[in-house]
Design a protein around this ligand. Structure first.
Ligand code: SF4
Length: 332
């Protein structure tokens, strides 16, 4: 059954990143935390994870690191999986950082994941809605003192990819607990950054074929570059054919996120890969549905009808020229 399970923790983050469409839900997530809905959803996640026993679990948010009940949640799932990844923005005060109860967390099983964006103070400052770069940098440096794995992901769409990697090495000085990851730009926000994606797809296409070469000068990567969905999609890239996609063939990934709460129920949405068109997902009613529905729907297979709009192909394929292509390359 599903090798990877990814869940969205319903707890607000403190960041306002330009590229993210989740932070507008912060006030809603704060209400859910106060009313107990977050706990109810997280309890359901824990039951799903214990039933599926996935190799790896990924916690997005909100901001999982700041969730006060994080020790309860991680200790409830730690024996059901080999590794727990937490996504964090590192955008919070030093005081907030020192309040995180790391001593109560299963650090040996955890990896802190973070996507690095440009790592150039002025540009980053604009994209992060004014969050001070020096505070962000101090948090990154502080996490190096923790005996926990960290994974820093760099976006291959960026023309200045090598410079970002070099700046990060100089300013953060990653150690042997740091892993290096790669990703292509995220289109959260139903089309946000679509223009950037279209303008950079040829570059991504070239780079996705030589991922290891991209990072061979990263001296801090004592641990090998970690494989990602980009590597999993190599066969689709080579053939241009979605039928080759590993996410379609076997139940590889289950992604659960919040959809809606009513007086009667809490409704989640779920998908089976990172690249479904953003307007498509299945629904799961926590109080009424049988969790086996998520497995059954994988085999029923109607989701595959949407693979013609696979976002991975939009990211990397050489598509027919559009008007925005004629504006020339323009990094985000
Ligand atoms: S949308 Fe793309 S990545 Fe997702 S299952 Fe279909 S072909 Fe695979």
């Amino acid at each position: 059954m599903f090798k990877y399970v990814r869940v969205q923790m319903l707890y607000p983050c403190l960041a306002k990143c330009f590229w993210c469409n989740t932070y507008p839900k912060n006030s809603q997530f704060a209400r859910f935390y106060q009313s107990g809905i977050s706990r109810q959803v997280h309890q359901f996640y824990a039951e799903v994870i214990r039933a599926l026993q996935p190799h790896e679990v990924f916690l997005s948010g909100g901001e999982p690191l700041l969730y006060p009940d994080l020790p309860w949640f991680l200790n409830a799932i730690k024996d059901a999986t080999k590794r727990i990844h937490l996504f964090t923005s590192f955008q919070f005060s030093a005081a907030a950082w020192y309040q995180i109860p790391f001593g109560q967390l299963p650090l040996g099983k955890m990896t802190l994941n973070h996507t690095v964006l440009y790592f150039e103070p002025e540009r980053w400052h604009t994209l992060a809605a004014g969050f001070p770069f020096d505070v962000y940098l101090e948090n990154l440096r502080a996490c190096l003192h923790l005996s926990v794995r960290k994974r820093f992901k760099f976006i291959v769409n960026h023309s200045a990819f090598q410079e970002e990697l070099e700046r990060f090495q100089v300013l953060v000085m990653p150690d042997q607990y740091c892993e290096l990851g790669l990703k292509i730009i995220n289109t959260q926000g139903d089309g946000l950054n679509r223009a950037v994606i279209q303008q950079t797809r040829d570059l991504v296409n070239q780079r996705a074929r030589v991922l290891d070469r991209l990072v061979e000068h990263a001296e801090w990567a004592k641990v090998q570059r970690r494989a990602s969905s980009l590597d999993l999609m190599a066969s689709v890239l080579a053939e241009g054919d979605v039928v080759q996609c590993p996410y379609r063939q076997d139940p590889l990934e289950l992604r659960l996120a919040f959809f809606r709460a009513t007086a009667e129920d809490v409704i989640l949405k779920y998908r089976y890969c990172p690249y479904f068109p953003s307007r498509f997902s299945h629904r799961f009613h926590i109080r009424h549905d049988d969790p086996q529905k998520m497995e059954k729907n994988f085999y029923k297979g109607t989701f595959r009808d949407h693979c013609t709009e696979c976002r991975f192909l939009q990211y990397v394929a050489t598509l027919p020229k559009t008007e925005s292509d004629n504006e020339g390359p323009n990094d985000q």
